[in-house]
Design a protein around this ligand. Structure first.
Ligand SMILES: [Zn+2]
Length: 377
């Protein structure tokens, strides 16, 4: 019998707080592991809902969705495909910037009945510069909502799929300076990049030996290029530049040099796919040493009018509000970055657009970013 996956934060003892429904879903998915995940691009997926719901994760095989950078208006509620389970997900990852301290959205993400890991980004502490002992601010409320699912400087284990998610530095804004240093110092005891790198390193080094480790950060590491369209390249200044996190690069480099930790994937957001001033599109995937794949999931905006729909008479934000109330809904398209893992290795990565409407959900478009063996498309 396969045990349901357990969430076990490194910094605290095992907790029973994971919703029972999520545990049951994970157990059911694990039992279905004999059935390989169907390709998202298969015509048989249309209209999508039933076929995609039959997809599942299991021991050694898992489908992961990355969502983040929903900071630009409109602010969507947790996308329906995550709520309905139609993508056949085994794990959800939130890369940060859910809004400018949008507590409601973070809370609704944390309530999703899906195993998940998340990290807060710079916009999630947009108005809060330091923690106060006297008042409860919105950064604290977001952290409390996520609880053990916030992986900043922590290792979260998913034993059923032999996977651990390790968080990078919370609140990162990229570049050489620590963003919100008083927040970092107060809550994590981190005062500079070296301490931050050590903290990420220690969290990853604690992962069970047989687990693959996915690093989840708000911003990617330095060392992946300095052109404007590189995965962490500065696109808002002439000449570009490397806007990665140096502590994350240091931690990965040290882990790969000094430990046997397997890091098949590093996931992050922050640096939007659409470059500033209409300069084109960013490279969203990069390949590093030790077969590590770097993935930027910051597809912005994540919600747009569905291609098949007529021009709506109401705004997208109004549609989303109606959806939240269970009312009439004009179809919208929602972006997800989908990763298929098998036995700790990345099989496939796609940017997927899913149409969400009253009739249900439907796979609209899949852009394959990577497929094993390596095919860079
Ligand atoms: Zn950001």
């Amino acid at each position: 019998m396969v045990r349901p996956a357990l969430l076990r934060p490194r910094s605290s003892p095992p907790t029973p707080s994971w919703p029972a429904a999520a545990a049951a879903a994970a157990a059911a998915a694990a039992r279905a592991s004999a059935n390989p995940l169907p390709p998202l691009s298969s015509p048989s997926l249309r209209p999508g809902r039933r076929s995609m719901a039959s997809a599942g994760s299991g021991r050694g095989r898992v489908r992961i969705a990355v969502v983040g950078d929903v900071v630009t208006p409109p602010y969507p509620l947790p996308p329906s495909p995550l709520r309905s389970g139609c993508l056949g997900l085994g794990l959800g990852m939130g890369a940060g910037d859910y809004g400018n301290e949008n507590v409601q959205l973070v809370k609704s993400i944390s309530d999703l009945q899906l195993p998940k890991a998340a990290i807060l980004g710079n916009h999630d502490c947009w108005h809060t510069y330091q923690f106060s002992e006297k008042k409860v601010d919105r950064v604290r409320l977001q952290l409390e909502s996520l609880g053990e699912q916030h992986v900043g400087y922590k290792c979260l284990d998913f034993p059923t799929i032999k996977l651990s998610v390790v968080g990078g530095r919370p609140f990162s804004c990229g570049g050489n300076r620590i963003f919100r240093p008083k927040l970092l110092s107060k809550w994590y005891g981190v005062n500079d990049m070296a301490e931050s790198a050590k903290k990420i390193y220690d969290a990853a080094a604690n992962a069970p030996e047989e687990h693959a480790v996915i690093l989840l950060a708000h911003n990617g590491p330095t060392g992946l290029g300095s052109r404007m369209d590189d995965i962490c390249g500065r696109d808002w200044v002439a000449g570009g530049g490397d806007h990665g996190d140096p502590d994350l690069e240091q931690a990965i480099s040290d882990l790969q040099r000094e430990t046997g930790v397997s890091i098949p994937l590093v996931v992050f957001g922050h640096m939007h796919k659409s470059l500033a001033y209409g300069r084109g599109l960013r490279k969203m995937i990069a390949f590093g040493a030790n077969r590590t794949i770097y993935l930027n999931g910051a597809v912005v905006p994540r919600v747009k009018h569905a291609q098949s729909s007529r021009k709506p008479a109401i705004s997208t934000s109004e549609q989303i509000g109606l959806e939240g109330l269970g009312g009439l809904m004009v179809p919208t398209s929602r972006a997800f970055t989908i990763i298929d893992l098998f036995e700790g290795a990345v099989e496939k990565i796609s940017e997927v657009w899913v149409t969400v409407g009253d009739a249900g959900t439907e796979l609209e478009q899949e852009l394959v970013l990577y497929k094993q063996p390596r095919e860079h498309i």
